[in-house]
Design a binder for this molecule. Sequence first.
Ligand code: F0G
Length: 376
Amino acid sequence: MSAAKEGAKGSVAAWRGVVREFRAILPEIPEDAVVTLLEGGTPLVPMPALSRRAGLGLDLHVKIEGQNPTGSFKDRGMTVAVSRAKARGAKAVLCASTGNTSASAAAYAARAGLRCVVVIPEGQIALGKLAQAMIYGARVLAIRGNFDRALELVRSMSEEGSVVVVNSINPDRIQGQKTVAYEVVQALGGRVPDAHALPVGNAGNITATWKGYEERAAVASASGASGAAASASAGARPKMLGFQAEGAAPIVRGARVEDPMTIATAIKIGNPASWKGALDARDRSGGLIETVTDDEILGAYQALAEVEGIFVEPASAASVAGVLKLGAQGRLKGLHTIVCTVTGHGLKDPERAVSVSKAVEKVEDDPEVLRRVILE
Ligand code: F0G
């Protein structure tokens, strides 16, 4: 499918995954090297209840990236990175991770027949993500240091020819992840949202999403996009709204954080690799990067589940928490359509869900007791 037509999970033809749907806007990949689990094509779902909560006239949507094959947005970039590694004759892929990158790398490597090694901060990744890396057959190396240290170690291996680093410092990852912007515009019928909110950790995703919007806008204005909706928004780009956890907010503070702290382990990062890309996205879009507290993250996490029926992992809820906070502060005036990327599936971290929810109630296995309990 050409970039101008933009990808759609249409009813006419089956979805073919990120590489084949977006070939025209991606680096070259020979057909026999394509490694795909048919990622991408995720739903853009309206949030009527939280729209009302955020402010008058707002139309909030979530782009549910947890519906990718390994349950996070990483699959969009991983299909490109692993396909390109395979095309180059690599023998193994390597990454540092707070969990989702390792799950995705392990799955795509398995499918490609490549070895996979992941370096994780010991005891600091959600159980579901660890289970994924293990069952897909990766070698899992746990270090005592944090994610930033793990990435430093992995970077020192980036010169080894047969081992390809598949963190977002690999530009192929950014290329794949930019496709989300095309899907959002497609789902909105050719309109560009007024703002796009994301959680920010290593800052690859905000960099990539902005890149997608910028490239799409450049092509749309150059080609004089046809159709009323398309021409109204040719060249338009959203404001990028990035949210870091308060205890892990190096970009907001303007300085590296040595010992980042947050319950949102996916974004517990003190020295983001794509720092500059995030600042560019913020400044060129006229957006912002701010903090949300762990309480605000967990509040949005529960609200998403309880009033919208959408279960995401805690870090994902930072985008929604940030938008709700800006709404409460009266800072969303002039904006109407806002898209929040929710980056990972809630089942990645079942322990957190159980710990914040109402307790399970024990009842006797007696119909009378059951009736009383339910109707009381
Ligand atoms: N949300 C989730 C669920 C993530 O796993 C990550 C990053 C982010 C948000 C932030 O995205 O790093 O591009 O700014 N996870 C990485 C990992 C670091 O190793 O899985 P980012």
